[in-house]
Design a protein around this ligand. Structure first.
Ligand code: HEM
Length: 495
């Protein structure tokens, strides 16, 4: 046997033994033999006979649980819809519940050391820097300018082109909102315009590479064992080969923008990249940070807008009230977009958006990993290393949190004495809450309000099948399987 064959033999034997050993350890830790009803339904997927989405099944189980907490033994996963537990894990005992290595491994190749994917010192540094930047007046007005420009130059013309056809044409709301939010977040973060909402709806290289990367990363998270994707990655096979190629494209395009910006200087631009350049000289780190923002700010906004228009199609009275309120605040000509000042006065619109995300949160569940044994306020024992998930989707549908009308879409529940009233963040953890609360909350609300109003005041938008039950594709953010087709007609505006 020559040296090369010997080396290959030793390498493959070692890899196979290592794989089998790790698999045994993993299987032992998961308790695959658990035959309780919940674990059996999970393994056999029998839940799918009764429920459309796995989140609906979890909601059903959490409603039945007296503590609002369940344990999926086969995944070593504690799932809770109890606001006291949520407050405890996100604030009171935050240090015991980091994202953990299992999560960072899944997104690590795409996000590197970006804020979304790190814990500890590295996270603290970025959090401080990003909070300062996102809180500044200049970056907020830059964000609004970006959104207004994208609405005026692309979104409204695109809706008008479909509406003017007058032949009952439909557009896919989800696709349009995804394109809209991708263009907006890229311009805001990088100063780069992928142009994905141009009239021909082109396929942008960055968008398709970014979409494929986030989809394949999400699939990693759904694999029964991380070993499967790790082995595929080691041998550069199948989906891991595709993932590697798409991440390479995303990083190459991001690197080009950063390189160009270093050459031209950052003083004349107001995007996040320019702001972060002042404090960070390592370009790889800078790229990771900005890519995290693309992931955090893109699909979430598109998802929230898609389900908002779905609920509006089912509730025309709410649309009428939104139009009445905006006419009162902004006048009836409906030619201009809402300003910051107008938005402060649109309490009903703010309530309707919050109510929509209560029933359809863009991030349906979110997990952390316990570093030490612990006991939740409801008495649930959490063992070291277990995955702990809070579930905004289930929480929004719990009678014990929202009352007997919890399944109704009622913006009025957010209004007190004519004004919008914020709910407790742990009862409504749509933007997470506590120490790691979403950094883009205010910005996203401004963006969604301006977009929603610009459409509601100009068009009748009606989802083709408003009585359907939304079926979500598996992934990091709620995405409707097959999109959301809608009819669009112009409204005759008073002059
Ligand atoms: C409807 C819109 C949005 C929703 C529902 C939302 C929700 C969330 C949630 C649930 C998290 C916690 C994720 C986790 O830690 O695993 C988060 C984190 C984050 N979000 Fe958002 N988000 C939205 C829009 C945005 C936008 C537009 C931006 C950026 C401009 C943004 C920036 C961030 C960042 C940077 C984090 C990480 C914070 C940290 O780890 O300290 N988000 N968001």
């Amino acid at each position: 046997m020559d040296f090369q064959s010997l080396f290959s033999f030793v390498f493959f034997t070692f890899t196979a033994v290592f794989f089998l050993f790790s698999l045994c350890l993993y299987i032992l830790r998961l308790k695959p033999c658990c035959d309780c009803d919940v674990c059996t339904a999970f393994i056999t997927r029998s839940w799918a006979e009764e429920f459309v989405n796995i989140s609906d099944w979890y909601t059903h189980l959490l409603r039945k649980s007296t503590t609002g907490t369940i344990h999926l033994h086969v995944l070593n996963n504690v799932i809770t819809a109890n606001p006291d537990n949520v407050e405890y894990m996100l604030k009171t005992n935050f240090d015991n519940y980091p994202k953990g290595k299992a999560f960072s491994a899944i997104l690590g190749d795409l996000l590197g050391r970006g804020i979304f994917n790190v814990d500890g010192k590295c996270w603290r540094f970025q959090r401080k820097m990003a909070s300062l930047e996102l809180g500044s007046v200049s970056i907020r007005s830059h964000a609004l300018n970006v959104v207004v420009d994208e609405i005026e130059s692309r979104l409204i013309p695109f809706f008008s082109s479909v509406a003017d056809n007058n032949d009952g044409s439909v557009l896919d709301l989800q696709d349009v909102f995804r394109r809209f939010s991708f263009d907006s977040i890229c311009k805001f973060s990088f100063g780069l315009d992928p142009g994905s909402l141009k009239p021909s709806l082109p396929v942008s290289e960055l968008e398709s590479a970014f979409d494929l990367s986030s989809k394949l990363c999400a699939e990693r998270g759904m694999a029964p064992s991380p070993l499967i994707w790790k082995i595929k990655r080691l041998f550069n096979m199948g989906s891991e080969k595709k993932l590697k190629a798409s991440i390479k494209t995303v990083k190459k395009l991001a690197d080009q923008v950063i390189k160009k910006r270093r050459e031209t200087g950052s003083s004349s631009t107001n995007d996040l990249l320019s702001r972060f350049m002042g404090s960070i000289s390592d370009d790889d780190y800078l790229r990771d940070i900005v890519i995290s923002f693309l992931l955090a700010g893109r699909d979430t906004v598109a998802s929230a807008l898609t389900s908002f228009f779905f609920l509006l199609s089912q509730n025309p009275k709410v649309v009428k009230k939104i139009r009445e309120e905006s006419d009162r605040v902004m006048g009836t000509t409906r030619e201009t977009l809402a300003s910051f000042n107008d938005l402060q006065k649109l309490h009903y619109l703010q309530a309707a958006l919050h109510e929509s995300m209560r029933l359809y949160p863009p991030v349906q569940f979110d997990s952390k990993f316990a570093t030490q044994d612990d006991v939740f306020p409801d008495g649930t024992f959490v063992s070291r290393g277990s995955r702990v998930t809070y579930h905004p989707y289930a929480m929004g549908r719990m009678e014990r949190i929202w009352g007997p009308d919890s399944m109704e879409f009622k913006p009025e529940r957010w209004i007190c004495d004519g004004e919008f009233k914020q709910e407790n963040a742990y009862k409504y953890p749509v933007y997470q809450g506590g120490v790691r609360v979403c950094l883009g909350k205010e910005m996203s609300l401004v963006e969604m309000k301006v977009v929603a109003l610009s459409l509601i005041r100009r068009f009748h938008v009606r989802v083709v099948n408003p009585s359907q039950v939304l079926r979500f594709a598996p992934g990091l953010t709620a995405t409707v399987s097959g999109g959301l087709p809608a009819f669009v007609q112009p409204i005759d505006l008073p002059r």
